[in-house]
Design a binder for this molecule. Structure first.
Ligand code: MTE
Length: 323
């Protein structure tokens, strides 16, 4: 049973309340420690199998404008400690289970308020602009963070090809929701399909990356293969994984987390150490892979350290109200 593993942060602190409570109820029913121990062994065996799946290389030129002095998080943590609720709510579920995700054939539909709606086969999409490697800070709303060498190109490159109309104000992302491939879809944990959104100027910001790989390889399924969004100045949940649709709209998109718990997950979700989550502080974070459970936390930076690049997008806005 997964809760026997020692989490880096107590799960009461990091897990959305409804998920935590559902899991605790389940544990109470399951009861015995012996059963729990055997579950742990089985899932560890599966994990080893999933993690040894052959990696496919993906060439990309490092972009020095997005290098960081900080040490990248070890590959095993980037690909072994994930949130991808379509495959379960435990951090290790995606690495164990996401090998069932079929990433070919795969298409990405781009529609809505655009001059030229287009549907791209994934192997064509990846070629529309040069791939870059960019090392970004990646901060989860739960209070942990990583440093990840992603591979992709700016989402703006794609948006430019479809041509947003003058009415377009927002961009909505929709992830795949296929219960046959994704065991978590049957659960009521979130409102499926996973949906996220950005304002059009945020989506067009050069930092916003349409992402196909990490660490010189194509994205492993648990990190959102074959294509995801990465928005490094926002909490990780804004970065939708395994996306199948991008729609331009003139209405604020209804996002999965906002629908599930609006008081906890606002539309903007900019990393902001001055605005606490209703149940915990956002002032500090724990860098995954940087040591033991007792390693000191580090201070969270405004906009996750990208204030100079994105601060002007929010000039004049009350960031407590638009959290
Ligand atoms: N996208 C989908 N489709 N489903 C999810 O559950 N989780 C989000 C985000 N994108 C999620 C998702 C959350 S909460 C985080 S923190 C990041 O993915 C985690 O990305 P990583 O596992 O690559 O670190």
């Amino acid at each position: 049973m997964r809760s026997l593993r020692i989490p880096l942060i107590p799960s009461s602190e990091i897990t959305p309340r409804h998920v935590f409570e559902a899991r605790r109820g389940f544990l109470r029913q399951a009861g015995s420690v012996a059963l729990a121990a055997s579950g742990l062994t089985a899932s560890l065996a599966q994990r080893t199998q999933a993690e040894t799946a052959p990696a496919v290389k993906l060439a990309a030129k490092p972009n020095p404008a997005y290098a960081l002095a900080e040490q990248p998080t070890p590959y095993k943590d980037v690909t072994g400690y994930n949130n991808f609720y379509e495959f379960g709510t435990d951090k290790r579920d995606p690495a164990e289970r996401a090998h069932t995700l079929k990433t070919r054939p795969w298409t990405l539909q781009v529609d809505g308020l655009v001059k030229t709606p287009m549907t791209f086969a994934i192997d064509d999409l990846i070629k529309i602009a040069p791939l870059e490697e960019r090392v970004y800070r990646h901060r989860c709303v739960e209070g942990w963070s990583m440093v990840v060498p992603w591979i992709g190109f700016p989402l703006a490159e794609l948006l430019q090809r479809v041509g947003p109309t003058g009415d377009a104000k927002y961009v909505e992302f929709t992830s795949l929701a296929d219960q046959k491939q994704m065991p978590g879809i049957g659960s009521g944990v979130l409102d499926w399909p996973y949906r996220e959104g950005l304002r059009l100027d945020e989506a067009n910001h050069p930092l916003t990356l349409l992402t196909f790989g990490l660490y010189g390889e194509v994205l492993p399924p648990q990190n959102g293969a074959p294509v995801r969004i990465v928005v490094p100045w926002k909490y990780g949940f804004k970065s939708a994984k395994s996306i199948v649709k991008i729609s331009l709209t003139n209405r604020l998109p209804l996002t999965s987390w906002n629908r599930t718990a609006p008081e906890e997950y606002g539309f903007y979700s900019n990393v902001n150490p001055n605005v606490d989550h209703p149940r915990w502080s956002q002032a500090t974070e724990r860098r995954i892979g940087a040591g033991t459970l007792f390693a000191p936390k580090q201070k969270t930076l405004m906009f996750n350290g990208y204030e100079a690049q994105v601060g002007q997008l929010y000039a004049g806005m009350d960031l407590r109200k638009f959290f």
